[in-house]
Each structure stands twice: as C-alpha cells, then as structure tokens.
Design a protein around this ligand. Structure first.
Ligand code: HEC
Length: 139
C-alpha cells in the first residue's frame, strides 16, 4: 500500500471508530440514577419557624435597604412555599402554598431590582398569603 493509501485507511478507521463509539454511547440506556419521590425533610412546624425567620429578614432588609440579603431570604421563602405543597394532601392547602411561593418570587424580583415600592406591595401580599393559610390550617 502506498503511504497515502495507509493514511487514508487509518483515517477511515479512526473516523468509523469515533462514529461507532458515538453510536454505542447513544444506544446506551440513559442514566438510571433514581431520585426518591419528593419528601420534605422538615416537618411543618420546623419549616414554619424558618419561614417566620426569613419573613423577618425580608422585612428588615427592605427597611434597611439591604437588597441582596432581603432578596436571598425572599428566594428561600419562594422555595419553602414550593416545598410546602408537599406538606399536606388538602387541595386548598396546596393552592395556598403555591400562591405564597408565587408572590414570594415576585417579591424577590422586586428586591433584586431595588424597587422599593413594588417590594413593599409584594411583601404585603405575601403577608396576606401567610394569613390565608393560617386562618384555615393553623390550629
Ligand atoms: C399553605 C399553608 C401555609 C402557608 C402559606 C404559610 N403557613 Fe405558616 N403555618 C402553617 C401551619 C399549618 C402552621 C402550624 C404548624 C404547626 O405548628 O404544626 C403554621 C405556623 C406558622 C408559624 C408558627 C410556628 C409554629 O409552627 O408554631 C409561623 C411563624 C409561620 N407559620 C410563619 C409563616 C410565614 C411567615 C408565612 C408566609 C411567608 C407562612 N407561615 C405561610 C401553614 C402555612
């Protein structure tokens, strides 16, 4: 075989190897990593103590114009509201938890933008969301 033919041979061999490995990788089953069904680590009582602390942090951050920590606390509240949907089977509870989470996200975005008026408005709404659920579900 001429030099060029040898080169071409190995060139094609290399290319087809890459293609084969690529196809094999594609044919491999997707990662079988399994997550358990979502289950909060905290019970409602523990979660609510955190929510109380975070809500206070947001209020104080807003008053002191410490936007970043206030926004971070609001994001944590957003996620806790998200998690709270898994604390109860009642459809109304889940609705209240989702509404709180949504309004906390609005609050977090307003704080991030340092929009004081929008943040105050959103904070008021979040407070009402806490109250809505407490009126019905807090003994
Ligand atoms: C979807 C329902 C729901 C929402 C929304 C909610 N809570 Fe609660 N909260 C509860 C329940 C249920 C309890 C009673 C828990 C217990 O002690 O067993 C409670 C209790 C509390 C308590 C008393 C701590 C305790 O458990 O004794 C605090 C503080 C609290 N919540 C803060 C908040 C704040 C702040 C918000 C809003 C940012 C909020 N919660 C939103 C359901 C909710």
């Amino acid at each position: 075989m001429s030099r060029n033919a040898v080169k071409a041979f190995f060139g094609v061999l290399g290319l087809s190897t890459i293609l084969t490995i690529g196809l094999m990788a594609n044919a491999e089953p997707k990662s079988d990593a399994k997550r358990p069904d979502f289950k909060p680590v905290m019970d409602v009582h523990q979660q609510m103590e955190c929510q109380g602390g975070l809500f206070k942090q947001v209020k104080e951050g807003l008053l002191d114009k410490k936007w970043r920590p206030a926004a971070d606390a609001a994001w944590m509240l957003t996620e806790l509201g998200n998690i709270n949907q898994y604390q109860h089977e009642d459809a109304q509870y889940i609705k209240f938890a989702k509404a709180m989470s949504d309004d906390c996200a609005t609050l977090a975005k307003a704080l991030k933008k340092k929009d004081e008026a929008a943040a105050k408005e959103a904070l008021k709404l979040v407070g009402q969301r806490c109250g809505d659920c407490h009126d019905q579900f807090k003994k």
